[in-house]
Design a protein around this ligand. Sequence first.
Ligand code: FES
Length: 366
Amino acid sequence: MDGYLGSLHPDFQCQRNLAVVATLVLLILGVAPAFWCLYRIGRMLCYLKRQQQDQRRLRLIVCRVRRQGQSVLLTLRTADSSKLPKALPGQHLLLFCRDKDGKPVSRAYSLCHDTKQRHYYRLAIKAEPHGRLSAPLVAGVAVGDSIVSSWPRGHFLLKTNRSPLVLIAAGVGITPMLAMAYRAIRQQRPVTLWYQARTLNDLYFHRLLRRLPGLDYRPILSQPAVDWLGARGRITADNILAHTQTDSDFYCCASASMTDQLTQALRQQGKQLHYELFSAPASAESFTITMGTISADSAGYASVLDALNQVGAQIPFDCRGGSCGLCKKRLISGEVKQVLEAATALKSDEVLTCCIQAKSALELAI
Ligand code: FES
């Protein structure tokens, strides 16, 4: 073959090469836009489908209530006990209720049951001090009550593989970890759960976790009673790594400071921590935040979103953790402090209001 090609007249070979190049260029020019259009259409369809799903509502009936200290464990079904929409470990429901003044309020709560079964959802809700939804719910919810919720949603999902799994939780952050533990145990992955709380009463699901077959459960109390025989102190990366296989996956749901500290320590060892935050410390600084005609003071709020919504701004939100993108706003002026990491693509002048605090007076576009 080489000999045959080598015998072609150089002019003819050159023309042939030009023809090949021209054909390739035409093909690329023709095919690339078609692929680009298909890609954009695919993305738009996914977006529309997700929006449609986000707007769908479920009417659920409370069929079981278990109170523990300042929290409540709710089991929810449909009125006719029919199959519920599929949920994944790590997802949450957005509950739509009314606060004590009758104003609409919605909050996200992680699912904490084995999501393989489809006939009930289970949520653990802790009464936050001054919580507009959690406090009245924990105090007053009863069997037979009806609750409107979103479909299961959220992006903090367990990646499916066979690696050993290390779950790290603090306080009520145990909820998505429990759903993940059920799934991983069913898949016969080795699972270790590190769980930190202040006292024994703050360890949710403690009895269940102690007996869950296949789970290496490691509770740690920071303020234990004298008769506590388990580990004391706080979860540290050194603790975790000393008991972890090298190819493990790490997932965490805890406070911002604990997550930040573990992320950095694990990163130094070349490990990645997947996490969902459930709180950032409240801002101690007082700056005016304005959006249109509404203005709020930043002091005492964990995010610009909370400060503005408290005075009636009605910025939509879902995850409060930087992943859904619903609370996105354009920053007109001012300096912000990033308290949670944004996992959503943003333009240079955009911010996720759930992830920032004010570092100076702020102005946001409506
Ligand atoms: S509420 Fe989801 S990113 Fe802010």
